[in-house]
Design a protein around this ligand. Sequence first.
Ligand SMILES: Nc1ncnc2c1ncn2[C@@H]1O[C@H](COP(=O)(O)OP(=O)(O)OP(=O)(O)O)[C@@H](O)[C@H]1O
Ligand SMILES: [Mg+2]
Length: 270
Amino acid sequence: MIKKIKQALTMLNKNQDDGTIKEAPVSSMANKNEENREKAGWVSPAYYHSRAVHLDPGFLARNRCLAYLDNVPEAEAYRVLRTQIIQRTNGARSRTIMVTSALPGEGKTLAAINLAFTFAREFKNTVLLVDGDLRKQSIHKYLGYDSGKGVIDFLSEGAPVSELVTWPGIEKMTVISGGRPCQESAEMLGSPRMKELVSEMKERYPDRYIIFDVPPILTGADVLTFAPLVDQVIVVVQAGKTSMEDVGKALHFLPKEKILGFVMNRCQAA
Ligand SMILES: Nc1ncnc2c1ncn2[C@@H]1O[C@H](COP(=O)(O)OP(=O)(O)OP(=O)(O)O)[C@@H](O)[C@H]1O
Ligand SMILES: [Mg+2]
């Protein structure tokens, strides 16, 4: 299985050696969903009150959010990962997953976004993607829209959860952005309000995978304070960059029983 993930992630990198992504000439999930909805004359009532945003397939492709697109081979790595997560969380009541890494820039945000798109494609699952990197919110930037209200607005201003949720036009996916940057991120993530927010998300969406993009482990106390609130942890490791020593140090800060597995990012072709 690890070999399969490596092969797929290697494929992901092969097209990205020059730092650019070729725009995929394929239709997007949103287009397909729109067509289907139009044909059926139906609009999803569940997302009626969420702020709707438009995603641009070309922009997403340039930002390496490839799992949004149909029939791209690079998405296979995420399908393998999704299958493993579903197998390991099947039957579990709560499915909150935190995506982190030892160091900055290893690919956490991209992995969280692509994983969320991949879950939204699975017919049985719905997914909520949450930006938990309160210092440096970037999910909305990768997806190409203004953050609007986010986690920080709930924590510091008491904004209701319903005002935080964005619907990116994909039937089974919603997003909560980080809002504006906040320097007391660790305190915020470990606060009773954050605990309340995660509980509310779990209650509101009991059948849903909730994926949190969070900061790196070794650069602050954020993950340490947030880990107790989630059910599972995925650790992104950048191949050829992160040392075993740093991975070991990072694991020391995580509850072992919550570690779902590792994503070896940017593997070179064997
Ligand atoms: N598999 C990949 N192939 C090529 N580039 C990648 C890959 N994964 C991530 N990148 C690039 O690496 C950079 C960092 O990615 P990303 O923002 O996902 O990392 P991060 O771990 O969330 O960073 P931070 O710690 O700053 O939040 C981005 O420019 C992204 O496009
Ligand atoms: Mg990030």
